[in-house]
Ligand binder design. Structure first.
Ligand code: ZN
Ligand code: ZN
Length: 308
């Protein structure tokens, strides 16, 4: 069984307040449990409460966990300085993130704790912290496997897939449909031994291949958690190139991948709970119109999903 718990579902900036209380205002953080292993996807502001919860759950026992950061934009790392378990010597955290150089990830996380931004330097975190830079690879964590894929977002960003027993959860991280190219790592693609380049390949063919690569990555996921910050209309009217997706695109990828359930996330800071619910209703209608059989809901802070 994989246990998934949402601690942060908001994009861009924490949005506390009466209008976001049902879905939650904390930025991205997802806890995944595979047997005894603790896997955390992203260190947005939701990580603060997860840290406190881990301490109360484990009492005085040491905590060991893996944190996989999709990318280092603020809303995906800003909870890290407030992650209390990292200040306790007996604990161990292995922090993975997108870059070939392990030092780079440490620099970014230490950088947001420099005196200009934060009173406590990263060196005050007395837990054992390891930093590992990733590209597209597979990592064994106990009996689980975590795979990574480059996605389309300004800077370098990864999506993650966690496989355990015969269950899988996939998280796109921040991702925009491929017609608007961002990251260098996705501008070249190997298809059956042939190297395709975004510059020289027909755009429809190239984006089609990239979509297929994402579909393959998400194949048969029991839960696909997808960045759907915008509605299709918002995307078309001023949000193209901002690095995020909309539900129709998420449904297309989920359907082709045969995903069983689709969770919409990275709710826009301007989206009230009512907006989030309207987006889900619209997406469910779209799924029905397409004749698809797929569960769909909005990621909500506090929700626990057991994949078994
Ligand atoms: Zn984000
Ligand atoms: Zn981002």
């Amino acid at each position: 069984m994989i246990k998934v718990q949402f601690w942060g579902v908001r994009g861009s900036i924490p949005t506390p307040g009466r209008e976001t209380i049902r879905y939650g205002g904390d930025t991205t953080c997802i806890e995944i449990r595979t047997g005894n292993e603790l896997i955390i996807l992203d260190a947005g502001s939701g990580l603060r409460r997860l840290g406190l919860d881990l301490l109360s759950r484990t009492k005085d026992q040491p905590i060991k966990g893996h944190i996989f950061i999709t990318h280092t934009h603020w809303d995906h790392i800003q909870g890290f300085p407030f992650f209390t378990p990292a200040f306790i010597q007996e604990n161990l955290f292995i922090i993975h993130g997108p870059h070939y150089d392990d030092k780079y990830l440490h620099q970014i996380l230490a950088g947001q704790m420099a005196t200009e931004y934060f009173p406590i330097p990263i060196d005050f975190m007395s837990a054992h912290l390891d930093f590992i830079g990733l590209s597209e690879e597979k990592i064994k964590i106990g009996k689980a496997t975590v795979s990574s894929i480059h996605v389309n977002h300004p800077g370098i960003a990864l999506g993650y897939r966690v496989d355990y027993q015969d269950k899988a959860v996939v998280f796109t991280g921040d991702h925009e449909p491929y017609h608007f190219f961002h990251a260098d790592p996705i501008k070249q693609l190997e298809v059956n031994g042939e190297i395709l380049s975004a510059e020289t390949t027909d755009i429809e063919r190239f984006t089609g291949k990239l979509d297929q690569k994402l579909v393959d990555f998400a194949q048969d996921a029991d839960l696909l958690i997808f960045d759907t910050a915008y509605t299709y209309d918002q995307y078309q009217n001023g949000k193209k190139g901002w690095g995020h997706s909309y539900p129709e695109y998420a449904v297309k990828i989920a359907a082709q991948a045969n995903a069983k359930a689709l969770a919409l996330t990275h709710h826009d800071p301007t989206d009230t709970d009512d907006c989030v619910e309207a987006k889900v209703a619209h997406t469910l209608q779209h799924i029905q119109q397409q004749g698809l059989n797929m569960e769909c809901f909005a990621a909500k802070v506090g929700d626990v999903i057991n994949l078994d």
